[in-house]
Design a protein around this ligand. Structure first.
Ligand code: ADP
Ligand code: MG
Length: 568
């Protein structure tokens, strides 16, 4: 038998381990959640692979997690009969971080415990949390389908190196043994451990078993019996009736599917019947993940078919502009062997996508239009975190354009603050007598927008102007020509006609002035002939002497600059 081979962790893992051990100390019990969630993932994977290859079940299809304590050796072990790991997989999965975005992750780390804990949750590097409470971690595993002699033992003290060796392992799956650090004996209490499992893992859909405790009357203390009992409810949360699920259970399930330590902002849970039959449990997070704008990041929902886990990140179940949504869809119609390619073409998936999209919009509308100020405040939070993503929907989702339009929020000259709180309906409610258009200005920043010389005449007349400063705004505006029958018009457009709001006397006055300044205009036209299409007198400025405007149909200044930046 070959002796153990020692290997080095990837540099990022070393860094991460340091961070885990030193900065997550105040939240150390999360190791239970992370290891149980890995065990549950491993059984999901087995169940899925066994659809095509039933031999993998090796005659043992009763999937479960067992947690055992050894007070004398001071160890906790977590065993699953899931997919297991081969030697190479153990080296790969437990020694490196495979996820994309590793670099950004480390750049984002702030040293602030609270913030970093959330990041680690989102990043899903849960296995290493074992080292918060353990000074040695032993993993023994055998991948389903491999011979008994091809088991693997992986071991590390979390100090930069790990060892691997071949072992014989009759049982399929994985056992992770934590050798507790000095001072962590609280986790050797079965009572304490059970309460942590219930807190974090009650929604796990397979049984988590621990040995029953019984009273030893000779020694006058509790001792472990040799009978296993189930600690959790072990039914998939989304299959239970709403009335039987507490807010805490919903929140804890959210943390499981999203890897986010925060509570969700809102959720919706429904069984849908009709054209397509499925259950949806959709959450809106309270905070944007650090990689929301990363193109490689996968979004989407967890897909189950008749309670069998099929895949993570099923992007086809929601449009891209709803990539902030987390949750689960459990379909009764899709075949168990459905692939990503098949999802793309499926009519059932299309029905699910439409249904989920409508539900999310309803959820947002309920918050935005609520009588309850706390709900409206939630919508404000949503908008701050995800408003820019929702705006993409104006272009992406024509069928729901009108509903999305009502959910948009802007900064405006009414509030004189950078907060985006004004809806188009608010704006229309404040329109002046005779005003029939919605006016806006676009710029790189709120400062630039609110200082725009184009606004002068509007301020003077008391007409509100929307201040649009997000990157997506120009693009979005090309899909938002009007709202509620009112055209959206840039204040930077040439020959802006304030319509009935100009009175006749003023018009006559203007004509006289224009006549006086004709020679100046001719001179300026000559001097600027390569730079400007036309020079003309304007009455829209009240303090600045001049400004540049674009023609109807021309690109606005901001869009021109953006395209230039993008190298076009
Ligand atoms: P994540 O779960 O987000 O992938 P983790 O750090 O929790 O990240 O786990 C890393 C990887 O190690 C998993 O993706 C999986 O491949 C492997 N792994 C961890 N625990 C187990 C287990 N009990 N059975 C099989 N594979 C496991
Ligand atoms: Mg994990």
């Amino acid at each position: 038998v070959a002796s153990p081979e020692t290997m080095s962790f990837q540099a990022e893992v070393k860094q991460l381990l340091q961070l885990m051990i030193h900065s997550l100390y105040s939240n150390k019990e999360i190791f239970v959640r992370e290891l149980v969630s890995n065990a549950s993932d491993a059984t999901d994977k087995l169940r899925f692979e066994a659809i095509a290859d039933p031999i993998l079940l090796e005659g043992d299809g009763e999937l479960a997690i067992k947690i055992a304590l050894d007070p004398v050796a001071r160890t906790i072990s977590i065993t699953d009969n899931g997919i297991g790991m081969s030697r190479d997989e153990a080296i790969q999965h437990l020694g490196t971080i495979a996820k994309s975005g590793t670099k950004e992750f480390f750049q984002k780390l702030s040293g602030d415990q609270q913030k970093d804990a959330t990041l680690i949750g989102q990043f899903g590097v849960g296995f290493y949390s074992a080292f918060i409470v353990a000074d040695k971690v032993t993993v023994e595993s055998r991948r389903a389908g491999l011979p008994v002699t091809e088991g693997v033992r992986w071991e590390s003290a979390g100090d930069g190196e790990f060892s691997v060796e071949a072992i014989e392992r009759p049982e399929r799956g994985t056992t992770i043994t934590l050798h507790l650090r000095e001072g962590e004996d609280e986790f050797l209490s079965a009572w304490r451990l059970k309460s942590i499992i219930r807190k974090y893992s009650d929604h796990i859909s397979l049984p988590i078993r621990m040995l029953k405790e019984e009273w030893d009357s000779e020694k006058n203390e509790m001792r472990q019996s040799d009978e296993w009992e189930s600690v959790n409810q072990a039914s998939a949360l989304w299959t239970r009736p709403k009335s039987e699920i507490t807010d805490e259970q919903y929140a804890s399930f959210y943390q499981h599917v999203s890897h986010d330590n925060d509570k969700p902002l809102a959720w919706t849970h429904n069984r849908v019947e009709g054209r397509s039959e499925y259950t949806q449990l959709l959450y809106i997070p309270a905070r944007a993940p650090f990689d929301l704008w990363d193109r490689n990041r996968r979004g989407g929902l967890k897909l189950y078919v008749k309670r069998v886990f099929i895949m993570d990140d099923a992007e086809q179940l929601l449009p891209t502009y709803m990539r902030f949504v987390r949750g689960v869809v459990d379909s009764a119609d899709l075949p168990l062997n459905v692939s990503r390619e098949l999802l793309q073409e499926s009519r059932d998936v299309r029905a699910i996508r439409e249904g989920c999209t409508k539900r999310v919009l309803s959820m947002l509308e309920a918050m935005a239009d609520s009588e309850d100020a706390a709900e409206r405040e939630k919508y404000a939070t949503f908008w701050r975190e995800f408003g820019q993503v929702l705006k993409e929907g104006m272009g992406e989702d024509h069928a729901n354009q009108e509903r999305i339009g009502k959910l948009l929020r802007f900064a405006s000259t009414h509030g004189e603050s950078a907060d985006q709180t004004v809806s188009l309906a608010d704006y229309i409610g404040r329109m002046k007598e005779g005003q029939d258009k919605i006016y806006y200005v676009t710029a790189d920043s709120w400062q630039a927008a609110s200082a725009s010389p184009h606004l002068e005449v509007f301020r003077k007349k008391g007409i509100e102007v929307l201040l649009l400063t997000d990157r997506v705004d120009e693009w979005m505006l090309s899909f938002l020509n009007e709202f509620d029958g009112k055209a959206l018009v840039s204040v930077a457009r040439g020959d802006l006609d304030l319509g009935q709001m100009e009175d006749e006397a003023v018009k006559a006055e203007h004509e006289k002035t224009a006549e006086q300044f004709k020679p100046l205009v001719e001179k300026a036209t000559e001097v600027l002939k390569d730079k400007a299409k036309e020079v003309r007198i304007t009455f829209r400025l009240t303090e600045s002497p001049s400004c540049v405007v674009s023609d109807e149909g021309d690109m606005s200044g901001y869009l021109q600059r953006m395209l230039k930046q993008a190298g076009q």
